[in-house]
Design a protein around this ligand. Structure first.
Ligand code: DMJ
Length: 563
C-alpha cells in the first residue's frame, strides 16, 4: 500500500495486552526444524537477556521487547542446503540480447546506488536534482532506507563492491537507538524485510541481529484489545519511558484514518517477515502477533466476502466500507497467498482466505471496459469506482503466482485473468507519451486506461507493473513480457535518468517531463530487481525457494520435506 506521509494527529492511550493467538507452536515447528541446537541450554540463563535484568519467560501476547532474545542458534548452513537452486542461478545457455538487457539493468542499479552513495548516504532517499538527501517522516528516526532496501538487489546483481559498501554502512552507521514515530508497515517491509533477505542470502550475522532488534521495537504496536496493531509506533525503548521521551514504545492510529482505525494493507502485511523473525530468534512472539491478525480477519463477517480497508483495533469491527485491491488493501491479499507458499503449503487458513477473497473480488470488482480491457474497480459502500491505481497492478503477478497452485480446473482461468490485468496495466503505460504509467487510470466517460485527473498523472518509479511482467514471464515464457519490460527500461532511461540518479516525473503525458526530485528507495529494492529478474533464467531467486515480500525482498520458503 502507499499512505499519506504525515505524522499521527494525536496520541491515544496504550492498550492492555491482546488476546493470545492459537496454533503458535505448530507454526514454529517448521522454524525449529531449520534451527540448530540452543545457543545456551541452562534454563533461566541470563546470557541472552538484554541488560541481564531477568531470565527469559515464556512468550505471551504481552511479552515485552527485552524478552524476545534468541534462545536458538539458527543453522544457516543447513538452511542453504535446503535450497533447490543456487541463489544467483546457473546462467547456462542464454541468448546475447537477454544478457545485454540484464547488464543494462545492472548498470542502472549501479548508477542509482553510486549517486545515492555520493550525495545522500545515510539519509533515507536521494534527491537527484538537488544532489542531497531526503529523510521523510515514515521511518521514525531510522536512516539509510535506500541502503537497506538496496542490499539484496546489489547482492543478486553481483555488484560486490557496492554490496560491501552497503554492508559496511549497516555495520558501522545503522543506528536503531532512535525515538521517533514510524510507520509499522513501512519499517517492516523495507527495513525488517531488507535485513532478513540480506541475512538469508549471505549468512552475515549483522543483518540478522539488526532485523531481530528492530522487530522487537515493533512489538508494542500490537498492544491493543484485539491484537490488531496500530499503524504508527514510537521506536524508543518502552522501558526507557521518561520525561524526555514520554512516547517511547507507544502506538497510534494514523490521524487521517477514520475513527482510529488500522489499515488492512498495513496490519495484513506483516506475516512473512514476522514468521521469519520467529524462525531466526526461536521466539514465537512474532509469529503469534502476525497470526492473530490473520485469525481475526478470518473470523470476522465480510460484506459480500470482501475485506474493507479500515478496521478498529479496539472493537475488531470494520469502520468504513471501502474495498480496494490497490492502495490500503493491496498487499494484504498478496501476503495471504505468499504466507501459504512460504509455509510449504501448510497454512491452509491463509490459502482459503486468499481463494475466497479472489472469488469475491472477481464477482464484485473485476470488470471489462467497452474496449475489452479487464480491470479491477474499487468499491465504496456499494458503489463502484471505475478506477485502477498503479499499486493495483501488482495483482497480475499475484494472480499469476496463485494460478500455478490452483486446481487444474481453475488454473487456466487464473492464468487468463492475470494476463488480462497485466495487459491492461501495460496499456496504461503504452497510452502515455512517456511510455510510463500514471498513478491511477480510469474507465469512465469514454476514457480507457488513462488518468483523467491532473493529480493522478505522476509516476514515482513504482514497480507494480514490471513486477507483474516478471511473474507473467516466469509463468508463461511469452516473450512479449520481456519486450514490455524493455520498453520500461528505455522509458526510464529517457525520462527519469538525470545527472545524479533517477527521478520520478510529475506528468506521464507530457514531454519533456518535470522531475519530482526523488529517487524512491523502492526503485532499487523492487523496480530494478524485477526488471533484472525478467532478463534472468528462472533459477535466479527461484520461485521454488523464495517468496518476495511486498518490497521485493526475497524470503525463503520453509521446505518441510528437507532432511
Ligand atoms: C512499495 O513500498 C511496496 O511495493 C508497497 O507494497 C507499495 N508501495 C511501494 C511501491 O510502489
Amino acid at each position: 500500500t502507499d499512505l499519506p506521509r504525515s505524522p499521527p494527529a494525536a496520541a491515544e492511550p496504550r492498550h492492555a495486552s491482546p488476546a493470545a493467538p492459537r496454533r503458535l507452536r505448530e507454526k514454529l515447528r517448521t522454524a525449529a526444524r531449520m534451527a540448530g541446537p540452543p545457543a545456551h541450554t541452562a534454563p533461566g540463563s541470563r546470557q541472552q537477556v538484554q541488560g541481564g535484568e531477568r531470565p527469559p519467560e515464556p512468550a505471551t501476547g504481552s511479552t515485552p521487547a527485552r524478552e524476545t532474545r534468541a534462545p536458538l542458534r539458527f543453522d544457516y548452513e543447513r538452511f542453504r542446503q535446503s535450497l533447490r537452486h543456487p541463489v544467483r542461478g546457473s546462467r547456462s545457455g542464454e541468448d546475447p540480447e537477454t544478457r545485454a538487457r540484464r547488464m543494462k539493468v545492472k548498470e542502472m542499479m549501479k548508477f542509482a546506488w553510486d549517486n545515492y552513495k555520493q550525495y545522500a548516504l545515510g539519509k533515507n532517499e536521494l534527491r537527484p536534482l538537488t544532489k542531497n538527501g531526503h529523510i521523510g517522516n515514515m521511518f521514525g528516526g531510522l536512516r539509510g532506507a535506500t541502503v537497506v532496501d538496496a542490499l539484496d538487489t546489489l547482492y543478486i546483481m553481483e555488484l560486490e563492491e557496492e554490496f560491501q559498501e552497503a554492508k559496511k554502512w549497516v555495520e558501522n552507521s545503522f543506528d536503531l537507538n532512535v525515538n521517533g514515530e514510524a510507520s509499522l508497515f513501512e519499517v517492516n517491509i523495507r527495513y525488517v524485510g531488507g535485513l532478513l533477505a540480506a541475512y538469508y542470502l549471505t549468512g552475515e550475522e549483522v543483518f540478522k541481529s539488526k532485523a531481530l532488534e528492530l522487530g522487537e521495537k515493533l512489538l508494542p504496536a500490537f498492544n491493543t484489545p484485539t491484537g490488531i496493531p496500530r499503524g504508527v509506533i514510537n521506536l524508543g525503548r518502552q522501558d526507557t519511558l521518561s520525561l524526555f521521551s514520554p512516547c517511547s514504545g507507544m502506538s497510534w492510529s494514523w490521524g487521517w484514518a477514520s475513527a482510529g482505525s488500522s489499515i488492512l494493507a498495513e496490519f495484513g502485511t506483516l506475516h512473512l517477515e514476522f514468521l521469519h523473525l520467529s524462525e531466526l530468534s526461536g521466539n514465537p512472539v512474532f509469529a503469534e502477533k502476525a497470526s492473530t491478525s490473520q485469525h481475526v480477519l478470518n473470523r470476522i463477517e465480510k460484506p459480500q466476502g470482501l475485506y474493507p480497508n479500515f478496521l478498529s483495533p479496539v472493537t475488531g469491527n470494520w469502520v468504513q466500507h471501502h474495498v480496494s485491491i490497490g492502495g490500503l488493501g493491496d498487499s494484504f491479499y498478496e501476503y495471504l497467498i505468499k504466507s501459504w507458499l512460504m509455509s510449504d503449503k501448510k497454512d491452509t487458513e491463509a490459502k482459503k482466505m486468499y481463494d475466497d477473497a479472489l472469488e469475491a473480488i472477481e464477482k464484485h470488482l473485476v470488470k471489462k471496459s467497452a474496449g475489452g480491457l479487464t480491470y479491477i474497480a474499487e468499491w465504496r459502500g456499494g458503489a463502484l469506482e471505475h478506477k485502477m491505481g498503479h499499486l493495483a497492478c501488482f495483482s497480475g503477478g499475484m494472480i499469476a503466482l496463485g494460478a500455478e497452485h490452483a486446481g487444474e480446473e481453475r488454473k487456466q482461468h487464473y492464468v487468463d485473468l492475470a494476463a488480462e490485468i497485466t495487459n491492461t496495466c501495460h496499456e496504461s503505460y503504452a497510452r502515455s507519451d512517456t511510455k510510463l504509467g500514471p498513478e491511477a487510470f480510469r474507465f469512465d466517460a469514454g476514457t480507457e486506461a488513462m488518468a483523467t485527473r491532473l493529480s493522478e498523472r505522476y509516476y514515482i518509479l513504482r514497480p507494480e507493473v514490471v513486477e507483474s511482467y516478471m511473474y507473467m514471464w516466469r509463468l508463461t515464457h511469452d516473450p512479449k513480457y520481456r519486450e514490455w519490460g524493455w520498453e520500461v527500461v528505455k522509458a526510464l532511461e529517457k525520462h527519469c535518468r538525470v545527472e545524479a540518479g533517477f527521478s520520478g516525473i510529475r506528468d506521464v503525458y507530457s514531454t519533456p517531463p518535470f522531475h519530482d526530485n526523488m529517487q524512491q528507495s523502492f526503485f532499487l529494492a523492487e523496480t530494478l530487481k524485477y526488471l533484472y529478474l525478467l532478463f534472468c533464467e528462472d533459477d535466479v531467486l527461484s520461485l521454488d525457494d523464495w517468496v518476495f515480500n511486498t518490497e521485493a525482498h526475497p524470503l525463503p520458503i520453509n521446505h518441510t520435506n528437507f532432511k
